[in-house]
Ligand binder design. Structure first.
Ligand code: SAM
Length: 358
């Protein structure tokens, strides 16, 4: 098939075979990207109108027991400054965010043993009691099924866990031997079965990533049907084994955002901070390529620089209100508005506001 035929098929059937995804990636050119972006932006508008969902990101800990080769807060980075927010600090960030119009809070952090089920459940239920009209998303890494269930019962609505790569051999290049592809996948399946709105995703341009591996990612996303999908460019961090590797490109990230939008029209697709880091207009371009979510930072300014996953991360000096104002203006510039609601995944049943089943 020609590139155009592949794109038309993707638009019509919301999916390609793995081999076709690979062909589309390998054969892409500027014309194909432009066509894809315009179809994807149209699809975003059909599903979400001009509303861009917004999530307040609270980076609750930079302490991590894992040693992912790409990540700036990996265990072996002795130069990383470590911090952990207290329950009161987390609640204060959420209160400030609520005042700014956020109705979803994302608690993200390294795999920090301090956050036992008891500690994290207590924080989740306090957040839900303080703001019953808000959704709580967790992004705290790999945990047991029992742990995910306890957190869900405490009121957590959503969970973000990027699968990182759907190719087991590639997974093994990005992670130390003690981490396993199978466990990552087990986590995602558990989360879905428990009832969370689930997000997976991957870095674009991570070392060792091929068109064939990306095609596996797309085929996985198609079959897993996540509610959210976080993709952003890989950006090297100087104090990691991948410090000398090349960063992912804007061009390929935008191309893949469009492919994902056409594959899963209703998916929640963030224009990430990493995209804004590699290009000053990266997030706007992401929206124009089909993304429909932005995740401004609500972490206390005093810790922002310490949650340094990659070099030159943006938005580490601004106050939350500045971040929100800045994004509002950026979205307006591309004809969109920031929504003030929970922004649930279309089609996913939303349970009772207090975390009860149903
Ligand atoms: N510990 C949790 C987990 O594993 O899901 C959440 C925190 S983890 C730092 C969040 C995401 O950051 C990862 O899923 C990874 O894709 C992304 N990330 C880490 N290092 C990165 C880098 N150098 N460039 C771009 N993204 C990176």
């Amino acid at each position: 098939m020609t590139e155009r035929e592949l794109i038309e098929k993707l638009d019509r059937e919301h999916g390609l075979t793995e081999a076709e995804y690979e062909e589309l990636i390998e054969g892409r050119d500027a014309g194909a990207s432009e066509l894809l972006a315009s179809l994807a932006a149209e699809k975003r508008k059909d599903v979400f109108g001009n509303a861009i969902y917004t999530r307040g990101l609270i980076e609750i800990s930079s302490i991590c027991k894992n040693n992912c080769l790409y990540c700036g807060i990996r265990r072996d980075n002795r130069q990383a400054e470590r911090y952990r927010l207290s329950k009161d600090e987390i609640l204060a960030c959420a209160d400030e965010g609520y005042g700014l119009g956020f109705r979803t809070f994302v608690l993200q952090g390294g795999e920090d043993a301090y956050f036992t089920d008891a500690v994290l459940c207590d924080i989740v239920s306090a957040l839900k009691s303080a703001h019953p009209d808000c959704a709580v998303t967790l992004s705290m890494g790999e945990r047991s099924r029992e742990s995910y269930k306890a957190l869900y019962d405490a009121g957590a609505d959503r969970y973000l866990l990027r699968h990182e790569t759907a190719d087991p051999k590639h997974y093994a290049m990005l992670h130390p031997a003690e981490m396993s592809f199978d466990n990552r996948m087990r986590c995602l399946i558990d989360l879905k079965e428990i009832g969370y709105q689930v997000g997976c995703g991957f870095m674009v341009g991570s070392p060792g990533q091929t068109a064939a591996a990306l095609a596996k990612d797309l085929a996985f996303i198609k079959s897993f049907e996540p509610d959210m999908c976080g993709i952003g460019p890989f950006i090297p961090h100087r104090n990691t084994p991948f410090g000398g590797e090349k960063q992912g490109t804007l061009e390929l990230t935008l191309f893949l955002l469009s492919v994902i939008r056409l594959t899963l029209p209703k998916v929640l697709l963030p224009a990430t901070t990493a995209l804004g880091t590699i290009d000053p207009q990266g997030r706007e371009k992401g929206i124009l390529a089909g993304a429909n979510v932005v995740m401004p930072n609500l972490s206390p300014v005093s810790v922002r620089k310490k949650y340094e996953l990659y070099d030159n991360k943006i938005c580490t000096g601004e106050e939350s209100a500045q971040c929100r104002g800045c994004l509002e203006a950026r979205m307006k510039a591309v004809g969109c508005t920031l929504a003030v609601d929970r922004g649930d995944a279309p089609g996913h049943p939303v349970r009772g506001l207090q975390g009860a089943a149903g």
